[in-house]
Design a protein around this ligand. Structure first.
Ligand code: UDP
Length: 315
């Protein structure tokens, strides 16, 4: 019999790519989303598939499911800084109550459980690149604390369910990811800069642009996640692309790809914005035989085209 996989946040950017990937394995996919930041449009193309089901539900509330559930991937959460700053309480609730509910379901059904955690658990890191054994440097009472601490709690809760109840858990720490189905207005650097360059507006670089990020294409990420699901290891695993770039260089790369010469406008750096971020992926390489394959130039070119189609099509 085919497996059933439940994906919370399946209507989101990464969640919708995971729904596709897991359907490709021949599983039945149950996509659970309350669409605060995800969208029905992200999964509209999956409805003709008999194995796909959509359930409109907020996982911060308990969820009852009939029948077996072999795997649960817990991806529900606002994830862009602009979103979680606007939805601080929902973010804390989905990371805490939502994770508890999803783990409770996994315990009841005997499911494998995979938690989507984040490089934000490292906060403004004092270890560079970030390895999984680094405990992080997070400001719990700062504005970003709502996301960082929710995910740190989620990791602790996941480990407790593993240790106490024997749930087969996995934790992925996801670094900056990009690709089709990011929301143009989610406030992240990539949609902002691509949108601005296509519309002929100045590119907004926060601070002096010397802060760094390392951007991974979503296709590489979901490949790594799907491998991790079937590996028996409960310790956190970083997934990301170690190719690090300053935000100012990144803005220039986007201008080069869009072939535009917009001005760059420097705006104040948001509070607690991490100075650097780059994954050490040695563990993922060893455990999963995984490393990213899509270079930033290739990935950005494809993503610019995807955004350009939407902007020009008025969507
Ligand atoms: N950023 C920027 N211009 C923007 C949006 C973001 O310079 O229009 C910067 C932001 O301050 C941060 C980096 O780009 O240093 C990445 O921000 P993002 O919101 O994409 O995600 P984060 O990695 O901070 O979670």
């Amino acid at each position: 019999m085919s497996q059933t996989t439940l994906i919370t946040g399946g209507g989101g950017f990464i969640g919708s790519h995971l729904c596709e990937k897991i359907l490709g394995f021949g599983h039945k996919v149950l996509c659970v989303d309350n669409f605060v930041t995800g969208s029905r449009e992200n999964v509209a193309h999956l409805h003709p598939n008999q194995d796909f089901r959509l359930l409109h539900h907020d996982i911060s509330m308990p969820l009852e499911i009939d029948g077996p559930v072999d795997n649960i991937l817990h991806f529900a959460s606002p994830a862009s800084p602009v979103d979680y700053l606007q939805l601080p309480i929902q973010t804390l609730k989905v990371g805490s109550l939502g994770t508890h509910n999803a783990l409770g379901l996994a315990r009841l059904k005997g499911s494998r459980f995979l938690l989507a955690s984040t490089s934000e658990v490292y906060g403004d890191p004092e270890v560079h690149p970030q390895t999984e054994d680094y405990w992080g440097h997070v400001n719990p009472v700062g504005v970003r604390g709502v996301y960082d601490e929710a995910k740190r709690f989620a990791e602790a809760m996941t480990m407790a369910y593993h240790r106490v109840h024997g749930v087969r858990t996995r934790i992925v720490r996801i670094f900056n990811t990009y690709g089709p189905r990011m929301r143009l207005n989610d406030g992240r650097v990539l949609p902002n800069l691509i949108g601005q360059s296509i519309r002929g507006e100045p590119l907004t670089v926060y601070g002096d642009g010397s802060q760094t990020r390392s951007f991974c294409h979503v296709d590489d990420l979901v490949e790594g996640i799907s491998r991790l699901l079937f590996v028996d290891d409960s310790n956190p695993v970083n997934l990301g692309n170690p190719d690090e770039v300053t935000i100012l260089e990144f803005a220039r790369e986007i201008l080069a790809i869009t072939g535009t010469t917009n001005l760059i406008e420097f705006l104040p750096l948001p509070q607690d914005d991490p100075r650097v971020r780059r994954p050490d992926i040695s563990r993922a390489k060893k455990l999963l035989g995984w490393e990213p394959k899509i270079s930033r130039t290739v990935g950005l070119t494809r993503t610019v085209r995807w955004f350009a189609d939407r902007i020009q099509g008025g969507r």
